[in-house]
Design a protein around this ligand. Structure first.
Ligand SMILES: *Cc1c(COP(=O)(O)O)cnc(C)c1O
Length: 377
């Protein structure tokens, strides 16, 4: 089976992990600080805070933005459930926004109508790796006095009007799950330009305590204070060592992903049944996913038909995502229902993610294309 995504672990990654295992620090050590420094340089932010998942990154970002019980957070419904769940962790209510049909990105024209006196933040999800319309979202956030948070788990290395993702929103969350661009096994990062957000997130990832183990060791003190409730969201030095060698290869891998996307784009120009998502102007796409839409909703050549046939032929296609407001949890607990986000509800029945990762070979691309040609007939 050619999977839809796959990590790349090379000798330098393995050597870095082994070196860390032989060092005195397995967690809260120097690899964490170095990974954060290199990451913030990569995305062009003032601060970067390493945590142990993308979900933890979202939780930290929402906490830093002051989201709490009774608040509302506007999120696109086309995303991974964690984007909404992190608001629920804090006692807040996710308010689901519909998307634009061509890109499946949050529709800025529909955001403002969802703003209420309880709204605290707008969350932009750079679906598939394509940046949202940040200028439009920023204008609404400023007008309404809201934080603009980016779930950029799909888009490390992407740019919006020449600005690097990670430096555009007030807070930006990334994931290092193996299926994402670079991996630490599990892991995540939040970037920001705000000193205040940075301090709040460092505290939140360490039980709500104001100093960490290494800081106390440096200052030769054992005393610490817990000033708010927090979690253990720390990323280990072993993982950060891996993240550092992975990050060095990110630029090269990004170019590979764009090359693969070009080959797919070329192929789908002559295919009437499947259409790639629309590319917007002024962005450089990071292609976490390559998503196509099937032209028919049911029967022959519908999404579910092609999913079955391609899987049977060894092509590991996948679906990202079921609109989050249609999950039973949200229907039961937050009274969401069909009809709330009609564009997402229709478009998500057509989508299929094709294999996309930097080590995919030309041969595999040819196989995928030939197999699509064959099953569509
Ligand atoms: C992967 C992902 C997450 C969660 O990241 P984890 O590291 O798996 O916790 C959140 N949002 C989006 C859009 C993602 O793709």
């Amino acid at each position: 089976m050619i999977p839809y995504g796959r990590q790349s672990i090379e000798d330098d990654d393995i050597e870095a992990v082994v070196r860390c295992l032989k060092s005195p620090w397995l967690t809260t050590g120097p690899e964490v600080a170095s990974f954060e420094d290199e990451f913030k340089a990569f995305v062009g932010s003032k601060f970067a805070v390493a945590v142990n998942s993308g979900t933890a990154a979202l939780h930290c970002a929402y906490y830093a933005a002051g989201i709490g019980p009774g608040d509302e957070v506007i999120v696109p419904t086309v995303t991974f459930a964690a984007t909404a769940n992190a608001a629920v962790f804090l006692g807040a209510t996710p308010v689901f926004c519909d998307v634009q049909p061509g890109t499946l990105l949050i529709d800025p024209l529909k955001v403002e109508a969802l703003v209420s006196p309880k709204t605290k933040a707008i969350v932009a999800v750079d679906y598939a790796g394509q940046p949202c319309d940040y200028d439009a979202l920023r204008a609404i956030a400023d007008r309404q006095g809201l934080a603009l948070i980016a779930d950029s788990c799909h888009s490390i290395g992407a740019t919006y009007k020449g600005r690097s993702i990670g430096s555009v929103a007030d807070l930006t969350a990334f994931s290092f799950h193996p299926v994402k661009h670079l991996t630490t096994g599990e892991g995540g990062m939040i970037t920001t330009h705000s000193e205040r957000y940075n301090a709040k997130m460092r505290q939140f990832r360490n039980h709500g305590i104001t100093s960490d183990h290494r800081e106390r060791e440096t200052k030769n003190t054992w005393r610490y204070e817990m000033v708010d409730i927090g979690f253990n969201y720390r990323l280990t030095d072993i993982q950060c060592a891996l993240g550092r060698t992975q990050l060095r290869k990110q630029k090269k891998w990004l170019l590979k992903r764009r090359e693969i996307a070009k080959k797919y784009d070329e192929f789908f120009k002559s295919n009437k049944q499947l259409t790639p998502l629309v590319l917007t102007a002024h962005v450089e796409h990071a292609y976490h996913l390559y998503v196509v839409k099937c032209s028919r909703l049911v029967g022959e050549n519908s999404r579910d038909d092609l999913f079955q046939k391609l899987r049977a032929e060894g092509i590991g296609v996948n679906v990202h995502y079921i609109p989050v407001h249609l999950h039973p949890f949200y229907k039961n607990q937050f009274k969401t229902k069909e009809g709330m986000c009609p564009v997402a509800e229709e478009e998500c029945q057509k989508i299929l993610s094709l294999p996309m990762y930097p080590t995919i070979t030309d041969n595999e691309i040819s196989t995928i294309q030939a197999t699509i040609g064959k099953v569509i007939g």
